[in-house]
Ligand binder design. Sequence first.
Ligand code: SAM
Length: 276
Amino acid sequence: MPSLAELLNQAVLPDSPTARLDAELLLAFALGKPRSYLRTWPEHEPSAEQLSAFAALLERRRAGEPVAYILGHQGFWSLDLEVAPHTLIPRPDTELLVETALQLAPATPLRVLDLGTGTGAIALALASERGGWKVTGVDRILDAVELAERNRQRLKLGNAEFRQSSWFDVLAGERFGMILSNPPYIAADDRHLGEGDVRFEPMSALVAGADGLDDIRQIVAQAPQHLETGGWLLLEHGYDQAETVRALLGATGFSAVESRRDLGGHQRISLGQWTA
Ligand SMILES: C[S@@+](CC[C@H](N)C(=O)[O-])C[C@H]1O[C@@H](n2cnc3c(N)ncnc32)[C@H](O)[C@@H]1O
């Protein structure tokens, strides 16, 4: 039998900056061990069952399936989240939304809404950082709401809750001190939809009409009826949508409108305050 070190060196995966990491994550998963085990026991020879399990995992990855879907979980902020093909795999980019929310709003009690919560990533990150906030996450897809609720229970975050809703539909009469969303924002004919991990993610999490802005327009238009005076709306969007989103926020009557840049220097979130 080959050793763990030999298996990793022989693993054939599509050329990518994460190929070695992917192979390590898949091998550790096949062994049922943490990744550190591979470095601690490089001479270990796995069983025949473990070998064939690893081969099957490599095959799935070679077919393009995202590692997070194969493993069934993904790190986001300080949390380990269950992920599933009903919704988006949380991205590191979205941590900018969490970071900005924590900077903007006081740590005093606050009602917070996460629209299109998916795995619950944003809602649960905020709930974990601010015990005094009550965070509601909604998603149109029931499977996503159930996934977010499983994540909440596993993380034991009693100050978050999840409901099924198309944007604000079930929230009539409810107001929040902060509303956040990482909504679908890709144009229906965007060529990136045929590339990489997004090929395996659902269109319901990605696509928003011909220009990618249908959902953002809807959220910006309806948010004022659900924000307290002085409350904030924070939106993640595409790297080339910041100017349009700022214009939308301004035209709707938001003040203190601005965009913030991600680590790559792209304006990936825009925000505004409702003072009317
Ligand atoms: C880009 S994903 C973001 C998921 C998660 N918030 C994150 O950042 O990883 C967008 C999410 O919005 C949800 N969604 C799409 N249309 C919706 C609607 N009309 N109402 C509520 N949620 C919606 C999708 O099901 C998906 O989970």
